[in-house]
Design a protein around this ligand. Sequence first.
Ligand SMILES: [Zn+2]
Length: 286
Amino acid sequence: MKKLITYVVSVTLISILFMPVMLVSAKVGQKMDVHLIDVGQGDSILIKTPHNKVILIDGGPPKAGKTVVDYIKQQDIHTIDLLITTHPHIDHIGGLPEVLKNIAVKQILDSGRIHATLTYAKYINQIRKQKIPMTIAKANTYIELDPSLSIKILNAHRPFKNNNQSSIALQITYDDIVFLFLGDIEAEQEQKISQRNIIDADFLKVAHHGSKTSSSLAFLERVKPEVALLTYSKKNRYGHPVKQVIENLQRTEAQIYSTAVFGHVTIHTNGKNYLIIPELSPLDGL
Ligand SMILES: [Zn+2]
């Protein structure tokens, strides 16, 4: 990993700092944006690739569906090229019917894990109704969507894996900048991934909202993230994130950004440097 420059600015400074970044990145190459949408307890991650392809990873819980739709429209995005559904838990697919109804989705990459819930039925019925092409993720294959990026599937569903263990996990590389998106995978999958791949990364979307099921110190020491991204709501009933995971992240000296503290978190990168723009300042919560 190269030495990187990080700027942390509050939302009031966005307008001042955003322009110079746009100019710099226009010179050295195209820009990728990664948005951690604040959906409360759950995941929804919007990616605009350097060649303007749009990826949405998960859609948060049911009540966040409108938030996700509004957020995407605010970015002036009207088509999702690829929707990636990591696994069929409510905090990842609950908001997706609302997304599918309101924003054109060209294709879906699903874990292939079936879940006998009303939430899952609503998700799958909406896809059938709209006849959106769906493929099932296979581990150790690549998603060809943008020639500027390498998008590798690190983990996918296999028989005898539960919902979380079946999560689609991704490594997205844009030149020098590497992102790991782990869905809700558990320690065993993290270990397998780290045995099979070079997984040091600049950004780690921490698995399973910082639950004790995931984020072993051994794994985090191999990833060596500069920035750890956590998705949870302040008042969740699961105790996410657990103290041990925060301690493990601190031992790896990662900067921690959570949607619970910072709201929506946006990362802009030109493949060399990055800029992190949180919606809120931690002081807002005091
Ligand atoms: Zn989850």
